[in-house]
Design a protein around this ligand. Structure first.
Ligand code: ADP
Ligand code: MG
Length: 318
């Protein structure tokens, strides 16, 4: 099977999964064309996943397809952008049709679920690496940045944290328990909080998705906003499954491990008071933004919250 047959068979069908108001021209030409209506801004981001670094060797291809798009789409959620389309640069060691079929299936399910149309891509041979560029749209000036947090704003997070981080310990488990299966599912099939992110546009002063760990990612907001924060560890939401699996250690997973792709946002108190209860139900208040720089956890300073606590590819070993 040559490159063009491969693209036609496995990836073109994803471009036709459903109509898009935004993609005017999909795969097949030299470029894709996306329509951006007056009043909107294009919000875009690229993420690369390397086999053995961002996902395990011989990882299930259908899971990989879902996870790759979910991770990329989570950045759109963090900005409050409405999902539009994506491109896929795929480097493959070989054209393994069974692998491609499963990969395209997982990717297609994610694309449909998140409302992202495949608009084009690039296919090359080499070690297994994926780059996905996602495009979203937001009203002019409305995309939520990391830099808007102000003293007095509440710090909130969505869902529960720490599940996917704990799942890393069970990836090779042949017969996972019910709780292990729950956290594994959180790792394999993250749900980017796109609807919530868009709803936060009119509420949040800053936001980020929790990819590296709450302390590290909140640290990025604090740095970009030139503020500090106090967090109460007991308020950080943890799933019943994680509590049963890890006991008192569950809180550490929730604070320091990533891969859950929940959102962390800051919200002015008055706006939070007026927020619709449907939105409040999806978020937990865990602390408050303060003028004093640095992150305080239960009153104790967290040392070098950005970098030290999370994942950094180029960090030197001590
Ligand atoms: P060019 O050489 O002009 O860059 P390519 O041969 O790379 O064109 O790609 C041909 C067409 O196939 C393009 O429209 C491109 O967007 C599409 N394409 C290539 N790889 C993929 C892929 N993995 N997924 C979706 N579309 C793809
Ligand atoms: Mg090309």
């Amino acid at each position: 099977m040559n490159e063009f047959e491969l693209i036609r068979q496995y990836f073109m069908p994803l471009a036709r999964l459903y109509d898009s108001r935004s993609v005017v021209l999909g795969p097949g030409d030299d470029c894709a064309v996306q329509r951006v209506l007056p009043g909107s801004e294009l919000v875009f981001s690229i993420d690369t996943l390397v086999e053995g670094v961002h996902f395990p060797l011989n990882y299930r291809p259908d899971y990989l397809g879902w996870r790759a798009l979910a991770v990329a789409a989570s950045d759109l959620a963090a900005m409050g952008a409405d999902p539009a389309c994506f491109t896929l640069a795929l480097t493959l060691p070989e054209a393994d049709e069974a692998w491609l079929c499963d990969f395209a299936c997982g990717l297609g399910k994610a694309a449909e679920s998140f409302g992202l149309v495949l608009a084009g891509g690039d296919t090359t041979r080499g070690p297994l690496v994926l780059s996905l560029q996602v495009h979203g749209l937001a009203p002019i000036g409305a995309a939520i940045r990391r830099s808007g947090a102000k003293p007095g704003d509440l710090v909130v997070v969505s869902g529960t944290l720490g599940d996917a981080g704990a799942a890393l310990g069970y990836l090779d488990s042949l017969s996972p328990s019910k709780d292990e299966a729950y956290v594994l599912e959180r790792y394999h099939h993250p749900e980017p909080r796109l609807t919530l992110g868009a709803a936060l546009r009119s509420l949040a002063s800053a936001a980020i998705d929790v990819s590296d760990g709450l302390l590290a990612d909140l640290g990025h907001i604090l740095e970009a906003s030139s503020v500090g924060a106090s967090i109460e560890s007991a308020r950080v939401p943890v799933s019943p499954a994680l509590t049963r699996l890890k006991g008192p250690e569950a809180q550490e997973y929730a604070l320091r491990t990533g891969d859950d792709y929940e959102l962390c946002a800051t919200i002015p108190e008055a706006r939070w008071a007026d927020a619709p209860s449907s939105l409040k139900h999806q978020l937990t208040v865990i602390g408050v933004i303060e003028q004093t720089p640095g992150l305080r956890l239960d009153g104790t300073a967290v040392v070098s919250e950005s970098g030290a606590a999370g994942f950094d590819h180029f960090r030197r070993k001590a």
